[in-house]
Design a protein around this ligand. Structure first.
Ligand SMILES: [Zn+2]
Length: 141
């Protein structure tokens, strides 16, 4: 009871006094950012509920969700295709002559036969980048 009375006092005294306009503005931005935090939390929770529901009812959605479920399936399939394409692209190099894609490490472009510089193979992210460790590097290419 005491606690709530004190909160009430603080709230009423807060808006009074000189410079209350500035205070209100600061108050407003604090309130807005609190609101955004809550909205963010809600979004995550709704998403969690949705994910769980989808995982549970996948394959036998209730009638009201059948449309959304098939949309999810379609978008997931499309996203899967894009992921595959991106993975393939990462292991490909662009031919400087015809701009076609050829597997990294190939000696010749599979489209136009242009000799490919193997040095132009993309650097794999999980492999360390080879720099000149010693003074002697083989320059046989
Ligand atoms: Zn080419």
């Amino acid at each position: 009871m005491d606690f709530f009375n004190k909160v009430g006092e603080t709230l009423t005294s807060f808006g009074n006094g000189v410079g209350s306009k500035t205070r209100n503005m600061m108050d407003l931005s604090a309130l807005t950012s609190q609101l955004h935090q809550h909205e963010d939390t809600l979004r995550k929770m709704y998403e969690e509920v949705g994910r769980k529901y989808y995982a549970e009812k996948k394959g036998q959605p209730e009638e009201a969700f059948a449309g959304v479920f098939s949309q999810i399936e379609a978008v997931e399939a499309a996203a899967g295709e894009l992921r595959k394409k991106i993975e393939i692209n990462k292991s490909m190099v662009t031919c400087p002559k015809c701009k076609g894609l050829t597997e990294a490490g190939s000696q010749f472009c599979k489209h136009c036969g242009n000799p490919m510089k193997t040095a132009e193979a993309p650097v794999q992210q999980n492999q360390p980048v080879q720099t000149q460790q010693t003074g002697e590097t083989d320059q046989n290419n």
